[in-house]
Write a protein that binds this ligand. Structure first.
Ligand SMILES: NC(=O)c1ccc[n+]([C@@H]2O[C@H](COP(=O)([O-])OP(=O)(O)OC[C@H]3O[C@@H](n4cnc5c(N)ncnc54)[C@H](OP(=O)(O)O)[C@@H]3O)[C@@H](O)[C@H]2O)c1
Length: 227
């Protein structure tokens, strides 16, 4: 009894430091705008960015005073946590553009290498394993892959659904995993850490057994059978 009380006090204390964050969104398309709006709804401040500042200003202007717009570098500097949701082929140059601004930053990497869209580099990223490929492009960041194989429209409505699905994540750094996990809970999913970026990151793309909406038990079972 005492143990479970301590556990829940600890959980509340840990969840409390994932409130009123500044979140930088890099790539404010279907995924970036859905998650940015969802985090605004849970009390965070969000800066949207893309290559077209005027689009982000337009988006932010409709979302209240906690929504902001900036360039990708401004969003990277602004956020204590960043969401990167861009076509995967943009990651190599984006990593260079953001440079030292993302050193040690917690980055939620929702971007997927899709061969029909991203070309040859997507083939190479899939062969390497996408977790490792993202580390190559964003080398000093604390990356957690998440939101990779759920449609953006589902992400937008997850918090208002009765049924809660699991969100598979892969990462290496405990504090980043903990904070991203809480941000995932806040938008309506239960995070399930399936493993490291090197070992399990490769499964966090569309079309693998981890893709789609699954219960926590189902996801644990599927993940335990993957190598
Ligand atoms: N759609 C889904 O259901 C879904 C689900 C899970 C994961 N994903 C993955 O998440 C990523 C984003 O998908 P999406 O559907 O949101 O795509 P999207 O609607 O096409 O949005 C992509 C965003 O990235 C921006 N962008 C492109 N190049 C950029 C760069 N160099 N620097 C900064 N911003 C850049 C685009 O704006 P500008 O062109 O104006 O810069 C746009 O705001 C993809 O890798 C996708 O595979 C998608």
């Amino acid at each position: 009894m005492l143990f479970s009380c301590l556990l829940s006090i600890n959980y509340v204390a840990q969840a409390a430091d994932v409130e009123n964050l500044q979140i930088g969104i890099i790539g404010s398309g279907k995924v970036g705008s859905a998650l940015g709006k969802a985090w605004l709804n849970t009390g965070h401040q969000v800066m949207f960015s893309s290559q077209h500042l005027e689009d982000d200003q337009q988006l932010a202007s409709t979302l209240g005073s906690r929504a902001h717009a900036g360039t990708p570098r401004e969003a990277a500097a602004y956020g204590s946590v960043l969401l990167i949701a861009v076509p995967y082929a943009a990651l190599p140059t984006l990593g260079v553009e953001l440079g030292e601004l993302i050193n040690d930053k917690i980055i939620i990497d929702a971007s997927n290498p899709i061969v029909s869209r991203d070309g040859e580099m997507a083939i190479a990223a899939r062969e390497q394993g996408v977790g490792l490929a993202s580390i190559t492009f964003l080398p000093k960041a604390r990356i957690v892959r998440a939101f990779n194989a759920i449609p953006a429209a589902k992400m937008a409505e997850a918090a208002s659904k009765h049924e809660q699905y699991a969100m598979p994540i892969a990462g290496d750094e405990p504090q980043a995993i903990r904070i991203v996990s809480e941000l995932i809970r806040q938008v309506g999913y239960e995070p399930v850490l399936v493993g490291s970026l090197a070992k399990m990151g490769k499964y966090l793309i569309p079309g693998t057994p981890l893709a789609g909406e699954k219960s926590v038990d189902e996801l644990h079972k599927i993940a335990s059978e993957l190598k």
